[in-house]
Design a protein around this ligand. Sequence first.
Ligand code: SF4
Ligand code: SF4
Length: 355
Amino acid sequence: MARDFRRELTIARYLLKQKLLRRKRYPLVLMLEPLFRCNLACGGCGKIAHPDSVLDQRLSVEDCLAAVDECGAPIVAVVGGEPLIHRDIDKIVRGIIARKKFVNFCTNALLLKKKLHLFAPSPYFTWSVHLDGLKEAHDKAVELSGAFDIAVEAIREARARGFNVNVNATIFEGMAAERVAAFLDFAKSLDVGVSISPGYAYERAPDQEHFLSRRRTKTLFRRIFELGKGKNWPLLHTGLYLDFLAGNRQYACTPWGMPTRNVFGWQKPCYLLDEGHAKTYADLMETTDWERYGTGKHEKCANCMAHCGYEPTAVDAAIRHPLSNLWRTWRGPRTEGPMAPELAIRPRGAPNPAE
Ligand code: SF4
Ligand code: SF4
């Protein structure tokens, strides 16, 4: 699939503007959750574990577009739950695109073929299909036999109709590096980009055993990247974030980089960790004690290396050190040698060596 440089240029311009304005905290991706209800029930999911009274709630078209305007991030990830269940989802997407924001539409694809006609291909619109590995691994992760085949058929149909399509994969404990590598080979053959992130152990998720510790994450990703040398997998991350996953960088989390708006309001501090909600984006930014969060700062962040917290850190580093990012993107992550030291748990208020 041809890379969309319009998107990259827009984002680069946005980032440079934030730097010129000397903004310390700014959003990169708005995580818009118009609902928590889903048509799957994956064991590792912290979103569907809400009671029915919450699962039945929806953000309106107006709520969603107000959130997009309020936040100002150049990218909007429409997430959930399963957003295709929302009966006004096509209107929400059209409204976001009309604002010239780039939409990543995350879906498990069970309804994708049926609802494809509601959407139109656009450089501002990308399907991001949830696929946690090849057939056996994905069907097991989403606890539905046949889910992989449905998703792959929908991906092919969407590509045939001219849509941009990516897949997003969560990597859990017990996944063999060889299986992940085979999955990335398969994604390349589908002509789609891949977003990949280690799973986060949601407190509410019923299955707590299958999440990776940071040490295991780094070792596993090193092995995966070793297997990928020379394969040019279509990974959609900065070279620096991939190098971080391979244990070579000591990054602090940037929880404000991907703020989350859902039926409760603006979630503090990030998409994964629910520590209360603010009424407005401005309140979120002003009233969240950002210093409390991230690895080394908060016990619930101890094992997190998730894309939503650490990719914004890598993007910021890439702006400050573009050659380093280009070099890592070209060469791939380092897969041998000593790893960067872990961030130690620090007393509150103590300086963070990685900042
Ligand atoms: S598809 Fe996504 S939202 Fe739905 S249950 Fe699975 S992880 Fe949760
Ligand atoms: S480390 Fe960052 S992204 Fe991960 S749970 Fe903590 S605040 Fe959220």
